[in-house]
Design a protein around this ligand. Structure first.
Ligand SMILES: Cc1cc2nc3c(=O)[nH]c(=O)nc-3n(C[C@H](O)[C@H](O)[C@H](O)COP(=O)(O)OP(=O)(O)OC[C@H]3O[C@@H](n4cnc5c(N)ncnc54)[C@H](O)[C@@H]3O)c2cc1C
Length: 233
């Protein structure tokens, strides 16, 4: 995990635009909790509008690097070019921890940990771009950078690498049991939480391996770093 450099950044959910209004008790002001969520996730959703103002939400692989989120896309993508031009964006990462079965459908919900980040992106070039690609690769595929071929000049030219500051962010965590209305608790209906745990399956070798390689240790030992959040941690 990359260290937090900017301890002086505003607490999550403390700027005018990030104060959580709806179910405000789910606000987490501890920046480290937000960074742990980012470090446990693989996919971010990034908003961007096209030239007609039509909004899109684009899923991307990403990595946290200090107080920024890094992600990449094609230089040929009009949406990525929009982000590169400094268009304001909103990035979210959500980890789903469980399904909450209340006695009523109204109170039924999900356990989740979510981060929302606001701001414009900046384009990374040169050594910063090279380093960012390594950081993204190592977050998504730990141990892979030292083994896989690195991007060629042509591949680098086709890749836009963007950084989004974690300056303005919010963290919302929903944990705990169902919260039924008092009148519903006496109903003879099971209620509770079913945890949802994402995990890797057994590796499947590519059919075109040039020789029968054993699966590398860093692949067979790979585990998802996503401990469930306990309130009050
Ligand atoms: C897996 C999952 C399922 C959900 N399902 C529903 C659903 O079915 N219906 C529903 O109404 N809501 C659902 N939510 C909650 C939803 O994400 C919003 O928090 C909620 O709709 C309130 O939105 P708002 O814009 O009115 O919030 P406000 O509280 O007015 O938002 C103000 C600020 O709070 C912050 N914020 C809001 N939501 C989040 C968030 N999720 N994570 C981090 N920061 C946040 C942002 O900075 C935002 O600008 C779900 C969330 C998750 C993670």
């Amino acid at each position: 995990m990359t260290a937090i450099q900017g301890e002086s950044l505003p607490a999550p959910g403390s700027t005018e635009r990030t104060v959580i209004q709806r179910l405000a008790e789910k606000t987490v002001e501890d920046r480290r909790v937000g960074y742990d969520i980012l470090d446990a996730g693989f996919v971010a959703h990034v908003s961007v509008a096209d030239e007609h103002g039509q909004p899109y939400v684009v899923p991307v692989g990403y990595a946290r690097d200090g107080d920024e989120v890094l992600f990449h896309g094609s230089t040929a993508s009009r949406l990525f070019r929009g982000l590169a031009s400094g268009q304001p964006t909103c990035l979210t990462v959500t980890l789903l921890d469980g399904m909450v079965l209340a006695r009523s459908t109204f109170e039924s919900s999900m356990q989740y940990r979510g981060v929302m980040v606001l701001g414009p992106c900046r384009v990374l070039e040169g050594a910063d771009k090279d380093r960012a690609l390594e950081v993204i690769t190592e977050h998504l595929l730990p141990g892979r950078w030292s083994e896989a071929r690195h991007p060629s000049k042509k591949e680098l030219a086709a890749t836009l690498v963007l950084a989004l500051s974690l300056h303005e962010m919010s963290v919302k965590v929903s944990a705990g049991p169902p919260e039924d209305e008092d009148d519903d608790i006496s109903r003879p209906i099971w209620a509770g939480v079913v945890p949802l745990i994402e995990t890797f399956g057994a590796p499947v070798s590519a059919p075109d391996l040039v020789e029968p390689f054993p699966v590398p240790d860093y692949v067979s030992r790979w585990r998802r770093p996503s401990p469930p959040y306990e309130p009050g941690q």
